[in-house]
Design a protein around this ligand. Structure first.
Ligand code: G4P
Length: 529
């Protein structure tokens, strides 16, 4: 076996997704704690301690006390090397949030037990499903009053369309929360609210029906638990690793990240149920992650991480082999050999220069403006491309124009560059030129970011008029004459910078109406360009 295969097999790379406030940051902090990556939980983001020093350009970020940028955290736990891809945790997320999922091998979905499946979880979940990656569910905040457990599972199954398989089962919630019952080991982990830093929880061997359990959790709780487990054994899907691998069955865990309960159990099960990086598709077939040869793809470009240097960082996911900072690599789309400059790992606010990294890892490299999202890097002498990253559907649209007509050039340059980074998408009216520009974003915060950046980096002030459209569809059928389509009054025809046609709709139902009216029309929710 090649010597670095061992390193690669240790890797687990996953993204954490949730609706804001479900507890993603808290869970991440506790996971890092187990790896000894931080001494004190609470230092990952320092949300309330105004530690947003890195991304200066994000004044907005500071003002609003949120993190717009995603980061990657790496830690060791036992024999594993774990990469957590954090996705921005606020209402107004961007396309980057989606793209981060393209770099992960699995996803952990954090759900607030009192709320259930919320809007943002739904959106992110769609991307996981598209990629068929394993999805794990952590139902958090059991120390607070929770919704009925069966109801929560039912909601996940119906709303998200995935089967669930509870690995453990909660005993009460809120003030009555006693702990969880592990279905496979048939043991009970008793809930003891641990303070930050404490790792251990008490685990007690307990058989349902045994009188000792009455003492532990009370007779009433014991009765309820036996009933629920009986019901569950009869009703829920059985654990099936194959289905988990395909993202069709989600193992479910209950816990309380804040009090550090159920986190380590979750981590252990998670590690045993996930695999190290798997082969990825390229245009020349699958690429084995364990080969000697380095390869990676760019999934995110972040501009102006450091205002003083006006730098751009390209984030890439290593798909195979070992990255060695001294070696030249081949940038397929650019057709050039190059040495990746200042390779680094981003851990919250800190950057660490790397000498080497392995398949499964994420590295950020200095980008002098040569990389685009989806680009492949491999070894000189090789030439293949990983499957592209789809363009995700923006949900908010605005017409923009520059205030000072003399600044047309800077305006076009600015929005084109920002669009290349993938923070916004730009469109034009179907039959006109560049005069009127329509910007589409995934989260409305990106409008503010765009305005701010055009002013501060390009010296261009803009006017923005928000449009009522909420749905966008790519016209996939190439042989259709878009101008003669029969559309509804709330439909707008636009084209992107590559000249491809798209349709905007105010109402969701108009999409079906337009499809019904135009035979042969194929619309898609993701753009593959
Ligand atoms: P997010 O990243 O998903 O947005 O959520 P985050 O971890 O920031 O958690 C949101 C709020 O929920 C925080 O409270 C956090 O302390 C709390 N929380 C997280 N996990 C649990 C849990 O298991 N039980 C309970 N009871 N609360 C939990 P906050 O008051 O908004 O912030 P902070 O002052 O605690 O930082």
């Amino acid at each position: 076996m090649i010597n670095h295969a061992k390193e690669i097999k240790k890797r687990r790379t996953f993204a954490i997704i949730s609706h804001p406030d479900a507890g993603k940051t808290t869970l991440t902090e506790k996971l890092l704690l187990y790896g000894g990556a931080i001494n004190l939980a609470g230092s990952v983001k320092g949300k309330k301690t105004a530690k947003h020093a890195v991304s200066d350009w994000m004044e907005i970020e500071k003002e609003r006390g949120i993190s717009v940028t995603s980061s990657v955290m790496q830690f060791n736990y036992g024999d594993y090397c774990i990469n957590i891809l954090d996705t921005p945790g606020h209402q107004d997320f961007s396309e980057d949030t989606y793209r981060t999922l393209m770099a992960a091998d699995s996803a952990v979905m954090v759900i607030d037990a009192s709320k259930g499946v919320e809007n943002q979880t739904k959106k992110l979940f769609k991307v996981c499903v598209m990629r068929n990656i394993p999805i794990f569910t952590f139902i958090n905040k059991m120390d607070r009053e929770a919704r009925d457990t069966f109801e929560l599972l039912d909601e996940i199954e119906t709303v998200l369309g995935i089967k669930t398989c509870p690995v453990n089962w909660p005993i009460g919630s809120g003030k009555e929360f006693k702990g969880v019952y592990d279905r496979s080991t048939q043991t009970i982990s008793k809930f003891i609210a641990a303070n930050n830093g404490m790792k251990e929880v008490e685990t007690v061997e307990a058989t349902i029906g045994d009188s000792s359990l009455d003492d532990l959790i009370g007779k009433d709780r014991h009765d309820i638990l036996s009933e629920e487990i009986e019901l569950l054994d009869g009703a829920s899907a059985e654990f099936d690793q194959e289905l988990v691998n395909k993202g069709e069955l989600s193992p479910v865990f209950f816990g309380s990240a804040l009090t550090n309960f159920g986190v380590e159990t979750f981590l252990k099960h998670f590690l045993s149920m996930t695999s190290s990086p798997l082969p990825r598709h390229s245009n020349l077939g699958e690429v084995d992650p364990l080969t000697n040869d380095f390869s990676a793809f760019v999934f995110k470009i972040q501009a102006n991480m450091n205002k003083a240097h006006r730098d751009r960082i390209a984030f890439m996911r290593i798909c195979s082999g070992k990255f060695d900072a001294d070696e030249e690599v081949y940038h397929v789309q650019g057709g050039k050999k190059l040495r990746l400059s200042q390779p680094q790992q981003l851990m919250a606010q800190e950057r660490k220069i790397l000498e080497e990294a392995y398949a499964g890892d994420i590295i950020g490299v200095f980008d002098p403006g040569i990389f685009s999202i989806g680009d492949t890097l491999c070894m000189p002498g090789q030439k293949y491309e990983y499957e592209g990253i789809p363009t995700f559907a923006p949900e908010h649209f605005a017409k923009i124009r520059q205030v000072d007509t003399m600044k047309r050039k800077q305006f076009i340059k600015g929005i084109t560059q920002i669009a290349q980074e993938g923070a916004i998408q730009i469109f034009q009216e179907f039959n006109t030129g560049m005069e009127e520009i329509i910007v589409g974003v995934v989260g409305v915060l990106q409008f503010d970011v765009l305005k701010f950046r055009l002013e501060s980096e390009y010296g261009v002030e803009i006017r923005m008029e928000q449009l009522p459209y909420e749905y966008i569809r790519w016209v996939e059928s190439k042989d259709i004459d878009v101008s003669s389509l029969s559309v509804t009054s709330d439909t707008k025809r636009i084209k992107n910078m590559k000249g491809n046609a798209l349709l905007l709709f105010v109402h969701a139902w108009s999409i079906n109406t337009v499809l019904d009216r135009n035979k042969g029309l194929v619309l898609s929710e993701f753009g593959h360009e």
